[in-house]
Design a protein. Sequence first.
Length: 239
Amino acid sequence: MAQLPQLTISATLGDQAYTAIREAIVSGVLERGQKVTERGLAESLDISATPVREALRRLEQDRLVERTGPRSVRIAKYAKEELREFSMIGDSLRALAARLAAEKSTAEQRRQMHAVLDQADRLRGQTVELTPGSDEERKLIEEILHCMRQFHSLVDQASGNATLLQMLHMVDAFGADERRNSVLSEVSDERRTAVDARYHQHRAIYDAIAAGNGRRAEELMNAHSQASSSSLLTARFSH
């Protein structure tokens, strides 16, 4: 089993174990369908089994793991229809977050959104100097996509709705690793075209938020999210 990150004592071990295991699932370190044990996870995290057991109970409630025995679980896998429905929920929530951000965001929150997009724009300018398909290009693309994820996070936070944020936290875990791989595959195939398209979609969403146009922000985010979800489903079930 891959080594998981070591824990600190700033939060309860149960909370830390939950966060560490969840992140391992979302990032793909723990693969969909993989069977794991409480003891194996505890050894990887260098803690006792008790906080791991607590964390797994919470992850069961989140539907990220499925119990297979008294001390073992399987990382959940989802059928196409389930993943499609999760994506629909996430698309609707993210569009609502954009609408609320247009109505409620502060000047500082909008400044942060603008700064992240400016950083993505600077990185885009560097791609023209790199060999298509090279490791350097892929690394730069991943940095651009990280900026895009930061932008989404800032928009979500600017919605100012704790319930919405909690729901997004749960929905985002479903298919997150597939979503990342799908995007990387797409931009690898189309390089500048795909990166530029995604950048301009985010910039248009920002412009609507900055203008306080909630309806426009919601429409643009919904279209962007649905396109991303469609790519995810195509990549996930095309083989």
